[in-house]
Unconditional design. Structure first.
Length: 305
């Protein structure tokens, strides 16, 4: 009897423990699911942007050579690529077979800028990606002048254009600069582009010591600005993230927006080094095409710039 009672008692205890364990497990499981769902929601909110860039794109001072059209999710930039501002009469290009020109391996030519056939569709709702993507050689964004933006580097993807800026004497003994006063220049095949703050654009669209206005849009959809904050103070590299981005108010987005800032610096902070956002498939295919070696007619991978 004693043994049976003890046995029954133990069975009771076991049942109670099992019941409680089940509820404890159920509670723990529910808590885990709640944490997981809230983490996913927070992550999806922080890793994407629901802010449309449309107000900025609509008020941007696009040049007369630029046509902007809209769909629900993107805008298309069509341009001849020729900037609507003054350029040098001559530019420096590398001698044949030279990838990174120096004063000894370059010569001057009449401005080689020629019309391009640009048509880029760029998202209106830029989405941040989990990790930044290094910017490619060639075009990485469109500018209100009608020309395109390049990353800070030359064709080896490491020599900084602003740092290696130099001059070469032309046939008349006049100094010709590698980058012009707008921090831009054409590739040897005529694709005009910037590697840093295009001061000749910002001097027109921004007042003296006034906030920077939108001057372009990167291929991931995030807007591009000059180096002045809302109070007119100069933005420095230390205020920007690794991609040259910052979240702050701008004249077009007074409640704040993530955007890139171009600087007039002599290091890699002069232009966008990585995309914070996702780059759409059509632009990735353009980038891939322009990165193919030997496609000289497409861009400047083999000798420039
Ligand atoms: Zn260049």
């Amino acid at each position: 009897m004693t043994m049976t009672r003890r046995h029954q008692f133990l069975r009771q205890v076991y049942k109670v423990i099992m019941k409680r364990s089940f509820f404890i497990l159920l509670t723990a499981w529910a808590a885990t699911i709640t944490v997981w769902v809230s983490t996913m929601l927070t992550h999806s909110i922080s890793s994407s942007s629901t802010l449309s860039t449309t107000p900025g794109i609509k008020t941007a001072q696009w040049g007369s050579n630029v046509t902007i059209s809209y769909t629900d999710s993107s805008f298309t930039f069509v341009s001849d690529g020729i900037p609507n501002h003054a350029r040098q009469a001559e530019y420096i290009v590398p001698k044949d077979g030279v990838i990174i020109p120096t004063p000894d391996t370059a010569h001057t030519v009449a401005d080689p800028t020629v019309a391009q056939n640009y048509s880029f569709s760029i998202p209106l709702l830029p989405m941040k990606s989990a990790a930044p993507t290094p910017t490619n050689l060639g075009a990485i964004g469109v500018m209100i002048s009608g020309a395109v933006l390049y990353n800070p580097y030359e064709a080896d993807n490491k020599t900084i254009a602003k740092l290696s800026n130099f001059t070469v004497k032309n046939a008349n003994g006049r100094e010709v600069s590698f980058l012009d006063s707008c921090n831009g220049h054409p590739t040897p095949i005529g694709q005009y582009h910037y590697h840093a703050l295009p001061t000749c654009i910002t001097s027109v669209v921004d007042g003296q010591s006034s906030p920077s206005h939108i001057i372009g849009v990167a291929f991931d959809g995030f807007p591009i600005y000059g180096d002045r904050a809302m109070d007119g103070s100069k933005i420095t590299a230390s205020q920007l993230d690794f991609c040259n981005g910052i979240t702050s108010a701008t004249p077009e987005f007074p409640n704040g927006i993530y955007h890139y800032v171009l600087l007039d610096t002599k290091d890699s902070t002069s232009s966008i080094r990585c995309f914070t956002g996702k780059v759409s498939t059509n632009l990735v295919s353009f980038i891939k095409k322009t990165k193919m070696p030997g496609m000289m007619s497409m861009q400047h991978t083999s000798n420039h710039v």
